[in-house]
Design a binder for this molecule. Structure first.
Ligand SMILES: [Zn+2]
Ligand SMILES: [Zn+2]
Length: 302
């Protein structure tokens, strides 16, 4: 409970945890008075009388009950559960990440603990020794392992069209979303987000590996250059023929969502169509604001 009363101590440590224990020691000492005040404030705030807690529950009853009571009676602590739960002292817990200086840090806390114990009021609410909890530090896997987002697989011809990012936004750019899956060119059952140099968005879905669908789009864009009637082309090749000379260089894709069915199975395509519709509406990608030509709600029926 009192761990919240240690922000100054923690700030002090965070600011200096890369420095020598001696500097940490000086810093802790300099802030110890502030720490004492902080602990005391927490104790006072956590010991508020019951009358102020229940006054909103039944105002008339409270007014009747307190009308003739003395001020001392009203301010005395009652037998509320949260106050009875901790009979005796509650440890003031110092929580930080484990590091190579853990012995020194514990030593500094132990060395200066008597400063807090010297105050009668504070001493009655804390243990005779500091309690330190070490949080697990980041390991190599945390620092280098795959995170959520859209990535290149690094080993296919679609990689050059794949964007490495963890966010995407709607057509007006005022809403930003996070990718909550790990998706790369070789991920299947994916909802993807494609964009050209003019920032027009296309939302699509595929049950196959994403790289297969990306290369299909690239082929369509290139073939668009040879079309005799531009109006017969699909939305993306038509746009690239009109505005980008049928050059797929500026065609960029990112995976934004995927469908993973549980052990009971289900219909991947139906779930993907639902998500595709949802993202098309959410990101406002219907033409002319985006490159999606139509929207279908069929997947939500039946
Ligand atoms: Zn790839
Ligand atoms: Zn464009």
């Amino acid at each position: 409970m009192y761990s919240v009363s240690l922000p100054l101590l923690m700030l002090c440590y965070m600011r200096h945890h890369r420095t020598t224990p001696r500097r940490l020691d000086q810093c802790l000492l300099a802030n110890f008075y502030a720490l004492s005040v902080s602990v005391l404030m927490t104790i006072v705030l956590n010991s508020k009388p019951r009358s102020s807690r229940v006054i909103f529950n039944n105002e008339d009853t409270i007014i009747k009950r307190t009308e003739f009571a003395s001020r001392e009676t009203l301010l005395a602590q009652t037998g509320h559960k949260s106050l009875n739960k901790h009979q005796g002292n509650v440890p003031v817990r110092f929580i930080t990440s484990f590091n190579s200086e853990w012995r020194e840090i514990s030593g500094v806390l132990r060395k200066h603990w008597p400063v807090l114990l010297a105050d009668e009021d504070v001493a009655s609410h804390i243990l005779d020794y500091p309690s330190v909890t070490w949080r697990r530090s980041k390991n190599l896997k945390d620092m280098t392992g795959p995170r959520w987002g859209s990535f290149q697989c690094g080993d296919c011809s679609a990689c050059q069209f794949m964007e490495r990012t963890s966010t995407f936004s709607n057509s007006s750019g005022d809403r930003v979303f996070s990718v909550t899956h790990f998706i790369n060119c070789r991920t299947d059952n994916v909802i993807y987000f494609a964009k050209c140099a003019c920032d027009l968005i296309y939302i699509g879905m595929t049950t196959r590996e994403l790289r297969v669908r990306i290369l299909e789009h690239v082929r369509d864009i290139k073939n668009g250059a040879m079309a005799l009637d531009i109006e017969t082309l699909k939305t993306i090749p038509k746009h690239f023929r009109k505005y980008h000379n049928s050059n797929p260089k500026t065609f960029k894709v990112r995976g934004i969502d995927r469908v993973q069915l549980d052990i009971r199975g289900g219909n991947y395509k139906k779930e993907l169509l639902k998500k595709e519709t949802r993202w098309t509406v959410e990101l406002n990608t219907l033409a002319p604001k985006g490159l999606n030509e139509y929207i279908s709600f069929k997947s939500f029926l039946g």
